[in-house]
Write a protein that binds this ligand. Structure first.
Ligand code: SAM
Length: 331
């Protein structure tokens, strides 16, 4: 099996695919208030184009493909895509990132189609606050989505909460208890300065050290450090003694984890993004629509990987990536 290795000796085995840049939520740290998504059907990759790109990546050693967005469950026939990707030799893990608003009715079918695990974004357990953060979201629907995912047998299920000072930082403990009660995992994310919305949100930055202090105070002597496993990615995780829940942090700002980066991103419009915090990218959509053959596209991917930046600069230069909307990249 071929391997994609970048100039910093990192093996690239993980592709995050944004299947749509439309989202039914407008979380204020993710997109500008007046941001409009006007992408048309023809601008985004068809499922056939997407499956071809994923197959080429799989032939180059990618084993994990996450479906993200925008909101991936807004894309029509997402079950069909999950099935198509599951049939590609070499792809053995297809997790989903979702806000869960549309999850409840299709959780079972997604699980059967091979979506074996899911990350669900939830930033508050208070309906009014949830509505404010998401600019119109429906907390009840999200909780129904979480419960349906649990019933479907997806495992692990991870809740992702972006912690913001003065916005939702008083809910860290409640969110841990919510996860313990449901026997699922919870991760607390630092705001990242990506796009104007993300840069603004950094005013509410709540550091990993502060989060961990709060977790420890809430669960005295109950945290067991777990070694980062394949599914943990950049998260630092602890198992909570006497529960089936792990609690973790993802701290791109306090703790630059780029030396272990194993991923690249594909936008809905087919742009291959080499680093979440830098602008280097190439268009794979143009390549496949100009009738390039498989070998030439694979060569193009291998060449692109030689330009993967060493690291983001969130920790040293808050403003270097102000020209994007996270909703278009997929997190
Ligand atoms: N709609 C899906 C969801 O809600 O999970 C997938 C896309 S969303 C862009 C993926 C993740 O990015 C979410 O967990 C979201 O909280 C996170 N995210 C977006 N903007 C962020 C920012 N500025 N800082 C930290 N996390 C961010």
């Amino acid at each position: 099996m071929k391997q994609l290795t970048d100039p910093f000796n990192r093996n690239i085995t993980y592709l995050r695919v944004s299947v749509t840049d439309h989202c039914n939520y407008r979380c204020h740290y993710c997109r500008d208030e007046d941001h409009v998504t006007d992408t048309t059907r023809n601008e985004i990759l068809s499922y056939e184009e997407l499956a071809r790109i994923v197959r080429l990546f799989a032939e180059l050693g990618i084993t994990k493909v996450r479906l993200t967005g925008g909101e991936p469950l807004l894309r029509k026939d997402i079950l069909k895509l999950a099935t198509m990707l599951g049939e590609i030799p070499g792809i053995d893990d297809i997790p989903l990132s979702t806000n869960a608003h549309l999850l409840s009715p299709i959780a079972n079918q997604l699980q059967k189609a091979g979506i074996n695990r899911v990350n669900i974004s939830i930033d508050s357990l208070n309906q009014d606050r949830f509505e404010q953060i998401t600019r119109g979201g429906d907390l009840d629907k999200v909780i129904q989505g979480i419960d349906s995912a649990i019933e479907s047998g997806m495992n692990p299920i991870k809740l992702n909460m972006v912690v913001m000072r003065g916005v939702n930082d008083d809910e860290i403990e409640a969110m841990i208890d919510f996860a313990i009660e449901r026997k699922i995992d919870i991760r607390f994310i630092e705001t990242m300065p990506i796009g104007a919305a993300g840069i603004d949100a950094v005013d509410h930055h709540y550091s990993e050290a502060e989060i961990v202090k709060r977790i420890r105070a809430h669960l005295p002597d109950r945290l067991i450090t777990v070694k980062s496993k394949q599914t943990a990615g950049p998260a630092k995780s602890y198992l909570i003694n006497n529960t089936e829940t792990s609690v973790g942090t993802i701290s791109a700002v306090s703790n630059n984890f780029c030396s272990s980066c194993n991923r690249v991103r594909l936008t809905a419009k087919g742009q291959l993004i080499l680093c979440l915090g830098q602008e280097n990218s190439i268009s794979l959509r143009d390549a496949i629509r100009s009738n390039m053959n498989d070998n030439d596209i694979k060569t193009m991917i291998i060449n692109a990987i030689t330009h993967k930046p060493e690291k983001h600069e969130f920790d040293t230069n808050m403003n270097n990536i102000n020209n994007v909307q996270m909703v278009e990249i997929g997190g």
